[in-house]
Write a protein that binds this ligand. Structure first.
Ligand SMILES: Cc1cc2nc3c(=O)[nH]c(=O)nc-3n(C[C@H](O)[C@H](O)[C@H](O)COP(=O)(O)O)c2cc1C
Length: 353
């Protein structure tokens, strides 16, 4: 398999759109950013997102308490290379003093392009300690946390990400948007569902419209964008400045180039060929093994593999085999076999015609 196929592909696409956006002193190329995804947004995923056209990547959420305790694993999660930039480090926590100290440490020692605060996480272990979406229940605390992070971040811009509220009965996103602006945040991202809403139904994009009308800072819309058309519709309906894409990027890092080009000039990029897709997934698996070692890297890669083969002939059988792989060679072998089989099928089809 020719590794350069994927690199050629991304080089062509990365440079063919010209739209952009500024968040404070940070200038971004493109309008589609790659969402923070716990358990997914590690270095290989972020590198591929940037190569695939993302305007910015985020780390998965990082505990402010763990930062000030200087946990080694946490610092590993915040380490990054230029090929993952522009990059935001996402913090969560419920104690303004701890958040201030964590923001200071992260800014001075890790130098991210943006510091980002999570007010959206619904996970029990986070909200049980009053972090993530739980902060939305106390707007005084929300303000204190944003002010603390802005103070700790110095000249690094700060943004926040929130859900509409703790539940559908208590929407607070407009107040939180205004608070963020007053407290010195440069951007606000809204995942347009409440914490209680989980991932059910459709994200309520009308909330993003209301937020955009309520604040003057950059608004990033989030929830259910899976194509260039979705992104264009979200921007048209809500007036948001940028879109954030999460689930649709897993197994399809090229979505960012697809979205950015569509927003730029209304055209679609050709979908990658089978060979290009296979190069991409095998490359990704190789990067995971380099980063985490073979056993852990392949294990962690399993949750991506199933999504990469969406639309493949016999995808479910392939998934069954892929989730049992233990080595990079096994992954390579499954995909090589697949390409060989598809090529034979195509030859047979053309002989029959
Ligand atoms: C597996 C997974 C992990 C996530 N982890 C985070 C996280 O660490 N921080 C965060 O702010 N949001 C997190 N989210 C929420 C996403 O960033 C995003 O808001 C949500 O998936 C909606 O966007 P989408 O419809 O494009 O997926 C996570 C979502 C998923 C599915």
């Amino acid at each position: 398999m020719d590794r350069s196929l994927f690199n050629n592909l991304v080089e062509i696409h990365q440079f063919c759109y010209s739209i952009g956006m500024a968040i404070g002193n940070l200038n971004l190329k493109g309008k589609a950013v790659c969402a923070p995804l716990a358990g997914i947004s590690n270095r290989p995923f972020r590198v591929l997102a940037i190569r695939g056209g993302a305007a910015m990547t985020y780390t998965e959420m990082i505990s402010s308490e763990a930062i000030i305790r200087r946990q080694k694993r946490t610092f590993g999660m915040m380490a990054f290379q230029p090929e993952e930039q522009p990059l935001a480090i996402q913090l969560f926590g419920a104690n303004p003093e701890v958040m201030l100290e964590a923001a200071r440490i992260v800014t001075e020692e890790c130098h991210p392009d943006l510091l980002h605060v999570n007010f959206g996480c619904p996970a029990k272990k986070v909200v049980a300690k009053n972090g993530g979406a739980a902060v939305l229940k106390d707007l005084g605390l929300t303000r204190e946390i944003i002010e603390a992070v802005v103070a700790g971040a110095g000249s690094t811009p700060v943004s926040i990400k929130m859900r509409t509220g703790w539940d559908d009965q208590s929407p607070v996103y407009l107040e939180v948007g205004r608070i963020a602006q007053e407290a010195g945040a440069m951007a606000v991202c809204l995942h347009a569902r409440s914490r209680a809403g989980g991932y059910a139904g459709k994200a309520d994009w009308s909330a993003i419209r209301k937020l955009k009308d309520a604040v003057g800072i950059t608004v990033i819309g989030n929830g259910d964008v899976a194509s260039g058309e979705d992104a264009a519709r979200m921007i048209e309906m809500t007036g948001c400045d940028m879109v954030m894409i999460g689930r649709a990027a897993i197994g399809n890092p090229l979505i960012f180039a697809q979205v950015n080009q569509y927003l730029d000039n209304g055209t679609m990029i050709d979908p990658p060929s089978l060979e290009e897709k296979v190069c991409l997934v095998v490359d990704h698996a190789g990067m995971m093994v380099e980063e985490y070692g073979e056993s852990r890297g392949v294990m962690m890669m399993r949750k991506h593999l199933g999504l990469y083969v969406r639309g493949f002939v016999g995808a479910s059988e392939m998934r069954n085999r892929l989730v049992q792989t233990k080595t990079l060679d096994e992954i390579r072998a499954i995909f090589s076999e697949y390409i060989a089989l598809q090529t034979t099928r195509e030859d047979d089809d053309s002989n029959e015609q």
